[in-house]
Design a protein around this ligand. Sequence first.
Ligand code: IPM
Ligand code: MG
Length: 353
Amino acid sequence: MKIAVLPGDGIGVEIIAQALRVLDVFKSEGMKIETEEALLGGCAVDATGSPYPEATQQIARDADAVLLGAVGGPKWDVLPRPQRPERGLLGIRKDLNLFANLRPAILYAELANASSLKPEVVAGLDIMIVRELTGDIYFGEPRGISVEDGQRVGRNTMIYNEAEIRRIGRVAFKAAQKRSKKLCSVDKMNVLETTQLWRDVIIELAAEYPDVELSHMLVDNAAMQLVRNPKQFDVMVTGNMFGDILSDEASMLTGSIGMLPSASLDANNKGMYEPCHGSAPDIAGKNLANPLATILSAAMMLRYTFNNEQAAGRIEGAVKKVLAAGYRTADIFEAGKQKVSCSEMGDRVVAAM
Ligand code: IPM
Ligand code: MG
């Protein structure tokens, strides 16, 4: 297994270190894991001037999977857009053709009180958001800020072709088949033609998956339903921008974005695995961050790219055990529990494995 490791910026470095310790457990037992580190994001800009430098491109393309911490920070927000860390992230997603972003929102029973919603609304929550990741208004052309008739105009283009919709739709239908066989497709077809096509194509695809119960929801309603009655959802599929927003919303139902992993896959299950959260510059370097989202991302990597369900389950089981034993990083801390640092959380997971 060849893994490109990209710690990135801010807390990325600390949380990746803990995920690597978890992989070391497998390595010490004989699993053939090769890791190579490279720069992405702000650290890459500082070292090379580019957020996704040539050397990183090589390493990422050669690897079977990429394990990523987080990118970005206020220091780089003043740079011209092509040099911002976020461009590095969008660049690697596009370069590796990682069109299918899986973002599970699972509420661990032990964390029911960490959610800002009432425990009975979120208890047992288990949603999978399937977000298209290489198209939509994120990449559509034309784009930019120009001067027209003496005033500035900002422009982005929301665009999908049917092949792009079909391939992400297939990922979502298949994910639904492996779960409760319920799929909700989210669009804004009452206003936007792009998403009318989205809905049309998803409906056509449904014929290939007769065992899946398909529903449709407008994105504004979906945002509301996620906080009103989130347990009505199982798999949700949507475009890049709506998925960006809804997945942050869904993450908070679980109490902490610090718990949520993600996978971004190409057509052959090569993947990039990263926590859903950002680089948290305010707590970077303080050994306070929650490494569990990154550790759980490593579990997703073993499951989706390396087809090793047993190893993935072992990491997830260890995380549950550690939570059940009462260990909490600051973001999920509550009275009566034991507060631990980022590295101590890593210690606990390794011990539980
Ligand atoms: C995410 C992030 C990124 C996105 C940013 C950092 C470019 O918010 O992965 O959800 O918008 O996709
Ligand atoms: Mg986001």
